[in-house]
Design a protein around this ligand. Structure first.
Ligand code: ATP
Length: 274
């Protein structure tokens, strides 16, 4: 594997400490103030993999977007490696649900884009990008354009495009949400493998409870009215993990416990009298 020191002295460290303090977000809509969530607090340790689950509209994506600083919080603070962040930065990588690759660039050019902007030398760039592409089985597609790839391949390219910059924190917003079940399972195994090698700190938003249990060290279950973190659950399943873990009794019990938590919140979020 290419070592961190080989990149350059400015390369961020990919083991980020993330702290969110009293984070609140409100929007103005049609003259009313919508409070998405109030006073969210958490600390995520370096190398930790945290999944966020919760009913639709509880603010999962907004939490990620505020950490990335694509959206500004109304109150509160975000600290990465104990430094407050107030704008987007390379220390926070983002993987979106839909392929967000630049359509006019090849896979290689898409993945190297951030490194090029940061001024990483051509030889180092090539070495690093090729290595990452090989790790996810995309080396032979490096000269292809995004539209020539399947959805799963596009998401693999999006993940390595984020990881190649050694983000302190990798923010993933339902990255497998648009994929079919088989491809999704393959991507989950692949992500477990890559994460095991690179050990980035990850926050992963999903609607899929099984996906969250399979991937996460901890799961934050968000609630509604008001938006908040209802529970932080530690997943006591050993690593490395594989898909067949889903058939174990521990997995099934966790699934049931979390399903009930989310069901309660989903019912709360539905106003049948409307
Ligand atoms: N720019 C905005 N202006 C006004 N309201 C917004 C804006 N962005 C998000 N919201 C509102 O904030 C709430 C939370 O949205 P968000 O997308 O974070 O929820 P979510 O839990 O990720 O939902 P889903 O699971 O459906 O993706 C929603 O009610 C949404 O309509």
């Amino acid at each position: 594997m290419v070592e961190l020191e080989k990149i350059n002295a400015e390369t961020p460290v990919n083991k980020g400490h993330l702290e969110v303090e009293n984070l609140s977000v409100s929007f103005r809509r049609k003259g009313n103030t919508i409070h998405v969530f109030n006073d969210i607090n958490f600390i995520i340790e370096p190398n930790e993999f945290v999944c966020i689950l919760g009913p639709s509209g509880c603010g999962k994506s907004t939490v990620l977007n505020v950490i990335a600083q694509f959206i500004k919080q109304t109150r509160g603070y975000v600290f990465v490696n104990r430094r407050e962040v107030d704008s987007p930065g390379a220390d926070r990588g983002f993987v979106f649900q839909q392929n967000s690759l630049l359509p006019w660039k090849t896979v290689f050019q898409n993945v190297e884009f951030g490194l090029r902007i940061r001024g990483v030398q051509t030889v180092q760039r090539r070495e690093l990008v090729n290595e990452y592409l090989s790790r996810v089985g995309l080396y032979k597609y490096r000269s292809s354009y995004p539209h020539q790839l399947s959805g799963g391949m596009q998401q693999r390219a999006s993940i390595v495009r984020a990881l190649v910059n050694f983000p302190s924190v990798l923010l993933m917003d339902e990255p497998f949400g648009a994929l079919d079940a088989q491809t999704r399972h393959m991507m989950q195994e692949l992500l477990l493998r890559i994460w095991n090698d690179y050990k980035s700190t990850v926050i992963f938003v999903t609607h899929d409870i099984e996906e969250a249990i399979l991937l996460g060290d901890r799961i934050f279950v968000m609630g509604v009215n008001p938006g908040r973190i209802k529970e932080k659950i530690t997943i006591p399943l050993e690593r490395p993990r594989h898909l067949d873990l889903m058939y174990s009794q521990d997995f099934i019990n966790l699934n049931r416990q979390i399903f009930e938590l989310i069901r309660e919140e989903t019912l709360k979020s539905m106003d049948f009298n409307e």
